[in-house]
Design a protein around this ligand. Structure first.
Ligand SMILES: C[S@@+](CC[C@H](N)C(=O)[O-])C[C@H]1O[C@@H](n2cnc3c(N)ncnc32)[C@H](O)[C@@H]1O
Length: 244
């Protein structure tokens, strides 16, 4: 089997030493390493697209001036106000949304709104779809301040904790095409969000979670809902799979 040989190729001497002390952890680490992919491979896998299609969309993404403006604003105008916005993963988000052309996306964790900006620009070019975001606002109540005004017609922001709001939002949206977690990264919170959205994610829908390497929430959840971890991809800390 391909994945068996892939795993065997990744084993290094230190894995044997680790395995002596904590075999479960060593196996988890290998499972996680197995899922690592390039941005191109991540998008091609999740978006079921060919490499040339994906390359074209990465090019398109690099030409959007609004992304540079939003990033500049976060880093120059209000340094420190981004509250941990995503890095290169946002380009993959853009490409996936352009490929999948979703009707409904639910996102938890907005901060200044960098990930939201990439998603909203892709929806704008698709000329369809809505983004429903939940964010626990900070004391200045600035969730999504960096999102360009002209992209906000496809955006609904819910302010508060996803613990209270996720069920409310899902009740409003009904079935969803893409879910993106980037709020509180504790194991318990991630598990809560994953379990709550799962019945609403359409078959074939895309499940995404940021900072998945911090704990085992994604992999434990995959076990729970019978998603093989060989069907998960991670780029570089954005984990994702398709619901089957
Ligand atoms: C890492 S930032 C999100 C960055 C954003 N996705 C981006 O890439 O631009 C995390 C955000 O999650 C929010 N947050 C933390 N706990 C939350 C909760 N329980 N419910 C909703 N949002 C939460 C924080 O207030 C913060 O704005």
């Amino acid at each position: 089997m391909r994945w068996t040989s892939d795993i065997l190729r990744q084993i290094r001497p230190h894995h044997f030493i680790k395995a002596l002390f904590d075999p479960k952890r060593a196996i988890r680490e290998l499972k996680y390493r197995y899922t690592f992919s390039s941005g191109m491979a991540f998008c091609a896998f999740l978006g079921k697209a060919s490499p040339p299609e994906v390359r074209l969309l990465f090019n398109e993404c690099s030409q959007q001036q609004c992304f540079n403006d939003a990033r500049k604003a976060v880093h120059l105008i209000k340094p420190g106000s981004g509250r941990g916005e995503m890095g290169t993963e946002v380009e993959a988000l853009y490409v996936i949304v352009r490929l999948v052309k979703p009707e409904v996306i639910v996102e938890t964790g907005v901060g200044a709104g960098i990930s939201s900006t990439y998603i909203l620009k892709a929806l704008d070019l698709n000329q369809k779809g809505m983004l429903f975001s939940i964010d626990l606002p900070d004391e200045n109540d600035l969730s999504g301040w960096a999102i360009p005004h002209e992209l906000k017609s496809r955006w609904r922001l819910y302010k508060g904790s996803s613990i209270d709001l996720l069920p409310v939002v899902l009740n409003d949206t009904g079935p969803i095409d893409i879910f993106l977690h980037d709020s509180n990264h504790s194991y318990e919170h991630m598990t809560f969000e994953f379990r709550t959205i799962w019945p609403y994610l359409k078959k074939g829908g895309i499940f995404l979670a940021h900072d998945v390497g911090r704990n085992d929430a994604l992999f434990d959840f995959c076990d729970e809902v019978h998603i093989l971890w060989t069907k998960v991809r991670t780029f570089p800390v954005l984990g994702g799979f398709r619901k089957v």
